[in-house]
Each structure stands twice: as structure tokens, then as C-alpha cells.
Design a protein. Structure first.
Length: 474
């Protein structure tokens, strides 16, 4: 998992990196053509060699742990061919899932690339990190959600580096330790609070694709309710259990600048949301289809504007992005693609085993099924299971919304709530790994010690929230 915002090495990209970057761009273009209905469904078959080749190249450059997932995907594919009749559509869908995840990641990475070169974004992040204790938690949590839309995991890298730098200037060790922990937790919880509602989060993109009859527009309002609970509960606990110091702190100077520093970030986010909503009303396409095209276009326009700040021209920036920055995410891309592939292939293999065991999800109380995602996804995260893998593997086993007597949006909210909690507690997710690296503690310490009481509160509150949505509101 790259932590630094700068991805440019001293040496030119290798031939393998160039091929990986070119293939990821090709896969993104193919998915845009498909999602915008510009070609027939036969385009799915073009994804198979492209995805196969890029995974083969990635497997030569990633750590053994990532190669294990590639080997597992191959083994499950062979098992699918052997055990499941009509395996061809399932395998084709698995390639499509892996290709879509790669394309979605590449599209979001274009905006991250543009944002990390913008001085206005760093100035806004620095202003948030230097807020006084009374409003710092909410500033970092709400700001973290905004930054997450632009930078994805890079939001934690940027704000985390600024927060730790600000805390390092504090000469009192006791205050510095408490301040670092509270700031990093605010940033982490701000990031995961964006997962249930952001149109550019994998949780929304994948879950709405798996649950029929749902879309970003139909789930965004109840999902914002999830985000509000995550945000306000964290702020309340941070305020109530504020550390008691052994001596009064020294007065602090007010941060330089004003809230006007946030204007470029808010304007950019406003343009992104408005353009996506307008295009959806005009085209009727899925939000994820619009994101695949709109985000790279906005990133290119932003990069053009940045030329006035002394940055390289667009052609050079595009070359660096395709052949240097994208391949630098090889570990992330491999893991995410294989999680989608394994989940898609594994679901039809798992279903007969579940049925043979005598366990029938449809016989469970509907309320229990609805709440189970809030608990199961974080639990599987403790065992090292990526949320993409967990959701794609388990979602096909869930009874239809009509059988549960709830709106399908309630199921999406339940899944995305569990996805967010997994990002807070699992020692294997990028959020806890990044926060742990900045806080000089282990990821497990972040998930279970720093966030332990917070997780207990959120499990109970979000369980009540999804039940209220399922049976009282939606």
C-alpha cells in the first residue's frame, strides 16, 4: 500500500510498467464503452485477454501474499469449470467484475493524481490539521470525507502526514501523544464515513450492482444517515472522553488562513456532484458509468489549470500517470481485482455447500438477516477478508428484499454500514494500516484498542439504524 503522495521515481518506467499502465487504461476505455452502451455486449469477451494479461504482469511484481490471491482465483476457476454446469457466464462475469474494479480504481486515481499536485488542496488540509481542539475533530472528520472523494486512501495519507507534522511541533510529549491519536482517529473515521454514501466509493459501486433495484440516487439519503451516525458518535466520544492532562496546556496560536481555504475543494466537489447528477438525468445511466468518464475528464481539466503553477504540461502528466503512477499501485490493484474475481467465482461454489450443510438463510428471521451484514463484514475483516471479497461472496446468498419484507435500499445501507465498520476495525485494511503507520502503533492496535469502544457503540447504533430503515422508514 503506497503511503506517499508522490509516485514519481528517479528512473524511467520499465517495459512491464508501461504495459501494465497501458492495459489498465485500455480496460478503463472498454468499460466506459460498455457502461455507456456504445458497443454491444460482445465487448465482454475483449475484457478477458486484457484482464488476464494485466493480472499476469502484476503477479510478477507483487508480494507473495498478493500472488496467493491470483493462485486462488485460478484454482477456483478450475473448480467452477469442474463442478458447476453453465460455468461460462459466471466466469465471464468474474472477468467483468475484475475489469470493472480496475477501471474504477484507475478513474479515481486520475483525480487523486491531479489533487496531489494542487497547492490549494495541501493548504486546505493543513488548515484543518491546525484547528484548535474544540473544533478539530469535526473539522478533520468532515474535511476527511471531502478529501476522500478526491484522493480516496490518499486522503488519509495527506491529512495524516499534515496532522502528525502539526502534532510534532508540540513540545509537550503528553499532549503530543493524545493529539496525534485523536487527530488520526478523526481522519480515519471521516474517511470511512464517506464509504456508505460517496458515489466514488467501491462500497456503493459494488453493492448497488449486486442488489437488484438499487442505485446511488435511491440509497444516498439513508446512507447519509449512516455517515452522520459515524461522524457524530465519534465526535461525542472524543468530547466526552477527552484525555485529562496532568497539567494545563499552553495557549495555542490561531491557525493561519481562514475557512476560505476550503473554497477550491468545495467548488470542485460541487462541480463533480452537479455534473454527475445532470448527466444522469439526461442519460439515465448508472452513477458508476458517469464516474468512469466524468472523473478523468475533470482531472484532465484540473491538470491543465495547474500548468500555471509551474506543473508539467498535460501530455507529460498523462504519460507519468499511465506509466508510473498507475503501476505503482500494483499491490492494491491486484488485491482488489482478485477480491472481485474470487467473490464472483466463489459464490456459486459456496451456495451448494451452504445448502448441503443444512443452513438456509431464507429461514432466518428477516431482521437478523438485515442486521447480520453490520456484524459479519467487520468480523470477516478480522480474519483478513477484504470487504469486496466478503460482499461479492455473501450477497448472492441473501434472500431477496421482497422475501425479507424490506426495501432493497435497506440491504444496501446494511452492507455499506458493515463495510465502513470493517474499515475502522480490520487490521488488514488500508485505513488501519495507514493510521497505524502514522501513529507508530500496529494496525491491530488501531482497530481493537483505539477504536474498540467506538466499534461497540457503532455496531449497536447501526444495527438499530438499519432495522429502523427496513421496517419503519423505507
Amino acid at each position: 500500500m503506497p503511503i506517499s503522495l508522490s509516485k514519481t521515481p528517479a528512473s524511467p518506467p520499465s517495459l512491464t510498467d508501461r504495459l501494465i499502465g497501458a492495459l489498465l487504461i485500455l480496460i478503463t476505455c472498454l468499460l466506459i464503452l460498455k457502461e455507456w452502451h456504445l458497443v454491444s455486449s460482445g465487448l465482454d469477451y475483449a475484457l478477458v485477454p486484457a484482464v488476464t494479461l494485466v493480472v499476469a504482469l502484476l503477479a510478477t511484481q507483487v508480494a507473495p501474499g498478493r500472488r496467493f490471491f491470483v493462485g486462488l482465483a485460478i484454482a477456483l476457476s478450475l473448480a467452477l469449470v469442474w463442478r458447476v454446469e453453465g460455468w461460462q457466464p459466471v466466469l465471464l462475469n468474474a472477468f467483468h467484475s475484475a475489469g470493472f474494479i480496475a477501471a474504477f480504481f484507475a478513474a479515481l486515481a486520475t483525480l487523486r493524481s491531479a489533487a496531489q499536485q494542487a497547492s490549494s488542496i495541501r493548504a486546505a488540509g493543513n488548515f484543518l490539521a491546525l484547528q484548535p481542539p474544540g473544533r478539530r475533530y469535526l473539522a478533520l472528520t468532515l474535511g476527511g470525507q471531502a478529501f476522500a472523494l478526491l484522493l480516496n486512501y490518499g486522503a488519509i495519507a495527506l491529512l495524516g502526514s499534515l496532522a502528525t507534522a502539526a502534532a510534532a511541533d508540540e513540545p509537550d510529549e503528553e499532549i503530543r501523544t493524545h493529539r496525534t491519536r485523536r487527530m488520526l482517529l478523526a481522519i480515519q473515521r471521516g474517511f470511512v464515513a464517506s464509504l456508505p454514501w460517496s458515489p466514488m466509493s467501491f462500497s456503493i459501486a459494488i453493492t448497488t450492482a449486486l442488489i437488484p433495484g438499487t442505485s446511488w440516487g435511491s440509497v444516498v439519503l439513508p446512507a447519509i444517515g449512516t455517515s452522520a451516525l459515524i461522524t457524530l458518535t465519534g465526535w461525542a466520544l472524543d468530547t466526552i472522553f477527552k484525555p485529562k492532562l496532568s497539567h494545563p496546556p499552553a495557549p495555542r496560536a490561531a491557525p493561519e488562513g481562514s475557512w476560505a481555504l476550503m473554497a477550491p475543494l468545495l467548488i470542485l466537489l460541487g462541480l463533480l456532484v452537479v455534473s454527475v447528477l445532470i448527466l444522469q438525468s439526461l442519460t439515465g445511466l448508472r452513477i458508476i458509468a458517469l464516474v468512469l468518464l466524468v472523473v478523468p475528464c475533470m482531472a484532465a481539466a484540473w491538470a491543465l489549470l495547474q500548468k500555471r503553477e509551474g506543473n508539467p504540461p498535460l501530455r507529460e502528466r498523462a504519460r507519468t500517470f499511465a506509466f508510473t503512477e498507475l503501476p505503482a499501485y500494483r499491490g492494491e490493484v491486484t488485491l482488489l481485482m482478485m477480491a472481485g474475481f474470487i467473490g464472483t467465482v466463489g459464490a456459486p461454489l459456496l451456495a451448494p455447500l451452504v445448502k448441503a450443510s443444512g443452513f438456509h438463510p431464507e429461514d432466518l428471521p428477516p431482521a437478523l438477516v438485515l442486521v447480520s451484514f453490520v456484524w459479519i463484514i467487520p468480523l470477516l475483516g478480522q480474519l483478513g477478508m477484504n470487504p469486496i471479497l466478503a460482499v461479492t461472496l455473501i450477497a448472492p446468498l441473501v434472500p431477496a428484499a421482497s422475501e425479507l419484507g424490506v426495501a432493497p435500499e435497506a440491504i444496501v445501507v446494511s452492507i455499506t454500514a458493515g463495510w465502513a465498520l470493517g474499515g475502522i476495525s480490520s487490521p488488514f485494511t488500508a485505513t488501519t494500516l495507514l493510521v497505524g503507520s502514522f501513529g507508530n502503533v500496529s494496525a491491530r492496535h488501531v482497530g481493537l484498542r483505539w477504536n474498540g469502544s467506538y466499534m461497540i457503540c457503532m455496531l449497536l447504533l447501526l444495527s438499530a439504524w438499519v432495522l429502523a430503515l427496513g421496517y419503519l422508514i423505507l
